[in-house]
Design a protein around this ligand. Structure first.
Ligand SMILES: [Zn+2]
Length: 251
């Protein structure tokens, strides 16, 4: 809890990322959560790892040890054999209890306009997993507007556009995507507070959530929502309700 609000960080990473050399352990994440007052976090592997099964196992162990604090997500390179992809998602859900699937288009170039990407969304639907999609860096496939196509094709799928296009000119795309697709949600990391007011002019807070992505962002990302001039109900939705509705069992 922070300032009387429960806090769900809907975008964090655990593990070793080969693309940037970072290492972030579950214990470090939990200590950071404690120091700020984050109640629960979605723990996602980094997109480029040595062994994706091991990365999932590490998160699975942390989730099992702290089921009230951590929710697990899978992240798998989409060009491995289809059966391998699907069996790992099955294992992550049935054995490790994961509750989301991440797509990282800047390292996992899956064209959302191509039928070749349908298996990704079909697998998420089969296991009732929301998909969290990085947007912003990694154009063209990280353009928020492209996800209107799969969101319409799979209306039962919940799609979270992480970083809202990263702010700047792509923020408008993220707003339009969420405006025309009721199954698109927006994760607000990297936006300035005035951008978030712009989002709120168009998208209900019941489809908005916060995320830190990396530990050094945690204080800034959470504080901006806590300090904005918004109603307690809107703040509660962004800080907890939306993420919990999508990612918590039994919420
Ligand atoms: Zn991320």
């Amino acid at each position: 809890m922070r300032d009387g609000f429960s806090v769900f960080d809907a975008h964090t990473h655990i593990g070793i990322g080969l693309h940037h050399g970072r290492c972030h352990t579950a214990d470090q994440l939990l200590a950071e959560m404690d120091s700020f007052g984050v109640d629960r976090s979605l723990a996602i592997p980094f997109p480029v790892v040595e062994d994706y099964r091991q990365a999932h196992d590490e998160i699975g162990r942390a989730v099992r040890a702290h089921p009230d604090r951590l929710v697990g997500a899978a992240c798998i390179y989409p060009y491995i054999p289809r059966e391998e992809f699907q069996s790992e998602v099955k294992r992550c859900v049935e054995d490790l209890g994961f509750r989301a699937l991440k797509l990282q288009p800047q390292y996992q170039p899956l064209n959302p306009l191509s039928g070749r990407s349908d298996f990704f969304y079909e697998t998420a639907l089969e296991y009732r997993l929301p998909v969290v999609i990085h947007t912003g860096t990694g154009i063209p496939y990280a353009l928020p507007s492209l996800y209107i196509v799969p969101a319409r094709k799979f209306p039962g799928l919940h799609m979270v556009l992480a970083h809202c296009g990263g702010g700047g000119i792509l923020l408008s795309e993220a707003i339009v995507a969420a405006t025309v697709c009721p199954n698109i949600y927006l994760e607000l990391s990297s936006l300035m507070p005035h951008h978030i007011h712009e989002v709120l002019d168009h998208v209900p807070s019941s489809r908005l959530m916060i995320g830190s992505d990396l530990p050094e962002n945690l204080m800034t990302e959470m504080s901006k929502i806590l300090s904005m001039k918004i109603s307690p109900e809107v703040r509660r939705n962004i800080l907890w309700n939306t993420a919990c509705r999508l990612l918590c069992a039994g919420c």
